[in-house]
Design a protein around this ligand. Structure first.
Ligand code: URA
Length: 430
């Protein structure tokens, strides 16, 4: 491989020039394998943060991240593979319902997931609230569960896109996470390496999301759809609202319970709406004939859920744990809940112990927030609006502080906010 000067690459990107394919490949390999030091990689990431990347550069950057590790081969599976990825939000438990639902629709769903960081929860943390459930599977176990059960949600192994692991850790401590090309390459390198044939992206927009505006979310969605299609993965994206909590709970065991209610045919309307909208996109990309709403109503998704949890060491009949302390926040006046801010609730749940500040921190299975009212519902002065669940009383003041100014009680309900905001598909596909 040719040798370049990292300083030349940093200066070129700093001055707004595109990097060449060989330079990018050399940089990703050099950083992943420890030949390029953190300080130079940090400077390049900051230059990318300010100058972004051309589509061709982003394609090569993502390819180099994929090539840094192994690629799962799912081509031997009998069923079409389709996965979903969310950019993360508060109360976003969609994957727990969607993975078994799509398997019940006839797909194989390889959902290799991450853990939560900051105020947005992680799918693996939620499932680990189920006693005995195991997130780490070998590649052979992933393949056999996909063949037998049809869905697997597990940790992405160390061999998949190791460049992303190193670069993400550096971005986390250098203020370079919120960059569209860096987010797009990070997410898509892992999803392409995972080997799925089709992918639906749930790009969250709003106060509780990475992307605070529709325009930025759309740019991210377009970049990811383009990358997926260029690598032969049929890819589509929905932009969905994340200004308020999805469903009525934020927190690990609390969200698993709400997901089980949804699989049983109940659950909150907004969670069902987002799940079914994503499910229809997945069914279309994977050419499945089934109607996800009918399949959810039939109970078949619940059967897959039970098999999926049991296959990874959990007992689907076990009681989920409850927190020992529940504090309520009461409505200050009679009226209607006007606004319930996703970020405020997400930070409160995080401070109660549901999320982590650093990758190595433990999370509490029981901590979180239950919304006794959601936007547009009537409330009465002195009656509970929110429940704060924790096992550590000292965490309550921080959570209560996060909720200050996080909700309004108004005289009349406003128009409900739309949940499905936009759709991005590859050029030429409807
Ligand atoms: N999730 C990822 O996997 N990578 C990012 O850069 C942001 C969110």
């Amino acid at each position: 491989m040719s040798d370049f000067s990292v300083v030349d690459l940093i200066c070129a990107k700093r001055d707004g020039q595109a990097l060449g394919p060989d330079e990018i490949t050399w940089f990703i390999d050099g950083y992943t394998n420890g030949r390029i030091p953190d300080e130079q990689a940090s400077a390049l990431l900051m230059a990318i943060y300010f100058q972004a990347m051309e589509p061709d550069e982003l394609a090569v950057w993502t390819q180099a991240m994929i090539d840094s590790g192994e690629r799962l081969d799912l081509s031997g599976l009998e069923h079409p593979t389709v996965d979903k990825h969310s950019t993360g939000g508060v109360g976003d438990k969609v994957s727990l319902v969607l993975a078994p639902l799509m398997a019940a629709c006839g797909a194989a769903v390889p959902q290799l997931s991450g853990r939560g960081l900051g105020h947005s929860g992680g799918t693996l943390d939620k499932l680990e609230a189920i006693a005995g459930w195991r997130a780490s599977l070998s590649n052979a176990e992933i393949l056999s569960q996909l063949a037998d059960v049809g869905a697997v949600i597990c940790a992405a192994g160390a061999g998949l896109a190791p460049a992303d692991r190193r670069i993400y850790a550096l971005r986390d401590v250098t203020g370079t996470v919120p960059s569209i090309p860096l987010i797009a390459s990070s997410i898509m390198s892992k999803k392409i390496a995972e080997g799925t044939s089709a992918l639906v992206l749930d790009v969250k927009v709003g106060s509780g999301a990475f992307m605070k505006t529709h325009a930025l979310a759309r740019q991210l969605a377009e970049a990811m759809v383009t990358l997926g299609e260029a690598h032969g993965v049929r890819t589509a994206a929905l932009l969905t609202g994340m200004d308020t909590v999805l469903g009525r709970t934020a927190g690990n065991a609390l969200e698993v319970r709400e997901s089980i209610e949804t699989l049983a045919g109940g659950g909150p309307d907004d969670l069902v709406e987002v799940t079914l909208a994503l499910a229809r996109e997945m069914a279309e990309l994977a050419d499945l004939g089934a109607d996800p709403a009918d399949v959810l109503a039939s109970g078949a998704a619940m059967d897959v859920w039970r098999a999926m949890i049991a296959a990874q060491g959990g007992d689907p009949d076990d009681d989920l744990p409850w927190a020992s302390i529940v504090e309520t926040v009461n409505a200050p006046a009679d009226g209607v809940l006007g606004r319930l801010d996703a970020l405020a609730v997400g930070i409160a749940a995080w401070r109660l112990g549901a999320g982590r500040a650093r990758k190595e921190d433990p999370v509490s299975p029981t901590a979180g927030v239950v919304c006794r009212a959601v936007e547009g519902e009537p409330v009465r002065a002195g009656e509970p609006l929110l429940e704060l669940h924790t096992d550590d009383e000292s965490l309550l003041p921080g959570a209560l502080a996060a909720l200050e100014g996080g909700f309004t009680v108004v005289a009349e309900a406003g128009a409900p906010r739309p949940l499905i905001l936009d759709r991005v598909t590859a050029g030429g596909r409807a």
